[in-house]
Design a protein around this ligand. Structure first.
Ligand code: OVV
Length: 413
């Protein structure tokens, strides 16, 4: 299970009083099927020790929730990946929201929260709905000519790559760059393994494109990106901070929803009884997407760093320790959910950790939910079944539960 990494990880002696779980959460085997290892960690205790990286880990819902809701003890400013920015320089300028703590986080958060508000969702809903319908009509027509549709490449990647950059105000050309960038960013929260090195090589030629699209002159007036510059005009943030906040949209806004939608479609394809309920009642689109987020969380892990010596569920943790939280494991904790390994769209999984929790809880979640809802609604309206016609392929990522391809047959109603 412990595949060697390119990291010079010295196995640190386990601190006393912490159960040791000997896993490598960034190995191919773990990322392909993490659920058994999640169970082992949850069983071992609320806080465990992973010797391969010398880190603490939380896999239970209660301990993940506790960490996220004590942002003063479990800080983000030292990075939310394995790297401790107190000990090594961040590989890119730190995100002003993700990798920040109050008070600076508060200001950035307020600007993004206003731009990505429920009021914004009311304004973009009609467009997002129409785009989902148009795309899926086109897929149905292509399928009618005998083509096999790939629910990842033709749908889960295409839809967010259309609507979200449109809303941010990024031009149409070379948008696929955002997928490469997202893959690299989410790999960068893990160790410097081969996976990160490969995606970093692939992204190298697109970095200049990403940075250029953080600049005001390349953002459509009135789009989410331009609204950040308007906040700078109003003095809420500085003009130097604006491009970095746009970068957060481009980092976090595509690969997350691509895989949220992909995972949801896979759940529904593998559970035809659940899809049948959705087909019969389109109002289940939203709860179905929510349940898919719980069942196959797009973002599997985030780290925090202790700002002081502390104790978590009786486990002493020294200052400046790294703690990995397994959002996806919390979402299947039998202490929290009845029959956690059952995908059930009638469940109302309030309190799931797929968007995190506390002051860093996903600021884009209303937009993510909108995308998931309208795609699942458009599918439910047109098709009575989604059949897998080939084995879905995973795209292994250090942080994301991601898919590379999923050949399907969409059965018209
Ligand atoms: C939630 C998230 C993921 C990746 C990047 C960022 C945020 C960012 O702010 O750059």
């Amino acid at each position: 299970m412990n595949t060697p990494t390119l990291d010079a990880t010295t196995t640190t002696a386990p601190p006393a009083g912490v159960p040791v779980v000997d896993i490598d959460p960034f190995s191919d085997a773990f990322l392909t099927d993490p659920y058994e290892a999640h169970q082992r960690m949850r069983e071992a205790g609320p806080v465990v020790w992973i010797p391969a990286y010398g880190i603490y880990a939380c896999a239970r819902h209660a301990s993940v929730h506790a960490v996220f809701n004590d942002h003063a003890t479990y800080i983000s400013g030292a990075g939310v990946g394995l790297a401790n920015f107190h000990k090594e320089a961040p590989f890119r300028p730190k995100s002003l929201i993700l990798e920040a703590d109050p008070p600076s986080h508060t200001k950035a958060r307020a600007v993004l929260a206003r731009i990505l508000s429920p009021k914004t969702v009311m304004q973009i809903r009609a467009t997002f709905t129409a785009e989902a319908g148009t795309l899926i009509d086109r897929l149905q027509a292509r399928q009618a000519t005998g083509e096999t549709i790939d629910a990842v490449k033709d749908l889960a990647e295409v839809y967010p790559l259309k609507v979200f950059p449109d809303a941010v105000g990024v031009g149409e050309a070379q948008r696929e760059n955002l997928l490469l960038y997202g893959d690299m960013i989410f790999n960068s929260f893990g160790p410097r393994n081969e996976r990160l090195q490969k995606s970093a090589e692939l992204v190298q030629p697109v970095t200049a494109w990403i940075m250029a699209h953080c600049q005001r002159e390349n953002l459509r007036p009135g789009g989410f990106g331009d609204l950040i510059y308007q906040a700078a005009d109003a003095g809420e943030i500085t003009h130097e901070e604006a491009p970095l906040l746009v970068r957060s949209f481009l980092s976090a806004g595509v690969d997350t929803t691509v895989n949220g939608i992909g995972n949801a479609i896979l759940c529904l394809a593998r559970h035809p009884d659940q899809y049948a309920q959705l087909h019969a009642d389109h109002a289940l689109a939203r709860p179905a997407f929510e349940e898919a987020l719980r069942f196959e969380s797009s973002v599997q892990t985030f780290f925090r760093t202790t700002s002081q010596d502390t104790e978590l569920f009786g486990v002493p943790i020294p200052k400046d320790s790294k703690i990995v939280t397994f959002l996806a494991a919390a979402n299947r904790d039998e202490r929290q959910w009845p029959e956690p390994d059952r995908f059930n769209i009638q469940r109302r999984p309030a309190g799931h950790m797929a968007f995190g929790s506390g002051i860093h809880g996903c600021v884009g979640q209303v937009v993510a939910r909108l995308e998931g809802e309208v795609v699942l609604t458009a599918l439910a309206k047109r098709f009575s079944r989604i059949e897998l016609v080939g084995e879905p392929q995973r795209r292994l990522n250090n942080t994301l539960r991601a898919l590379a391809s999923m050949p399907v047959r969409l059965i018209p109603a």
